[in-house]
Design a protein around this ligand. Structure first.
Ligand SMILES: [Zn+2]
Length: 72
């Protein structure tokens, strides 16, 4: 029992709170936002989310505002 609830993933930090659906949804969003996103300027996968809606591309160094949680 060492692993922290595989089922809940990143939403495990909320314990049993908030119900199943919001937590499932949160996991989906968070997984997507932690992956490297595709840069709209150079097209490479290197964009990281700095904060809400603020993104920075490691490849071309551009910092830009876009979607809050993940890029299309
Ligand atoms: Zn770029």
């Amino acid at each position: 029992m060492s692993s922290k609830s595989k089922k809940t993933k990143s939403a495990g930090r909320f314990g049993a709170r908030y119900g199943k659906r919001p937590r499932t949804y949160l996991v989906l969003v968070e997984e997507k936002q932690r992956k490297k996103q595709k840069c709209p300027f150079c097209g490479k996968l290197g964009v990281k989310r700095l904060s809400k809606g603020v993104w920075k591309c490691r490849k071309c160094g551009k910092k830009f505002a876009s979607d809050t949680y993940y890029l299309q």
